[in-house]
Design a binder for this molecule. Structure first.
Ligand code: 5GP
Length: 173
């Protein structure tokens, strides 16, 4: 049976939020050529729209991780499935993530990339839930705060479905 969903962020809101993020990034990275590391799979749509608003000469790489846990809660045990291919030593790096919940996933990835000695390492997350945070982590660029509900669409899945939705909805269980 289809799950009940409720609209959280429409196309226009997402677009405007991304434009604001891009303005800040254009400003902060104006003198450099940062490497954007997109966390797969959830952040692919966000990355694609974000970079089209940028006028700095960015480079792009992808990191694929799996997180053990049930469908709505991560355990913090993260496995790197695909590492990045660009050498980030001495480079300005921006991690591009879909959503931060407990912070466990991003905290693991941050430490993993930090060991590769980038010049700078910052985080850009489209969505942030504040309630269940167990790891203190600085989100340098954030699109939206969202309530403590399971969200889908715009790259975010439920059992690998709904990633293609152009809006972001909450899903009732
Ligand atoms: P954390 O480790 O911060 O608890 O969770 C981060 C990861 O869990 C995200 O990258 C995402 O894959 C997944 N996640 C957390 N909350 C949600 C949500 O509301 N919807 C979806 N689709 N994934 C989520």
């Amino acid at each position: 049976m289809a799950k009940k969903t409720k609209r959280l962020l429409g196309k226009k809101e997402i677009k405007n939020g991304i434009k604001k993020l891009a303005q800040k990034l254009n400003n902060d990275y104006c003198d450099t050529s940062p490497i954007f590391v997109c966390i797969l799979k959830g952040a692919f749509m966000f990355l694609a729209d974000l970079i089209r608003e940028l006028d700095v000469p960015i480079r792009i790489d992808f990191l694929s991780v799996s997180s053990y846990g049930d469908s709505s809660r991560t355990s913090g045990v993260v496995k790197i499935i695909k590492d990045i291919s660009i050498d980030i030593e001495g480079e300005d790096v921006l991690l591009v993530e879909d959503i931060v919940d407990t912070g466990l996933t991003l905290s693991y990835i941050f430490d993993f990339l930090k060991r590769k000695n980038p010049k700078s390492l910052k985080i850009c997350a489209l969505l942030e839930k504040k309630v269940r945070r167990t790891k203190k982590i600085k989100i340098d660029y954030r699109g939206f705060f969202v309530p403590n509900k399971y969200v889908i669409g715009y790259g975010l899945d439920f059992c690998e479905k709904y990633r293609n939705l152009p809006e972001i909805d909450t899903m009732e269980f």
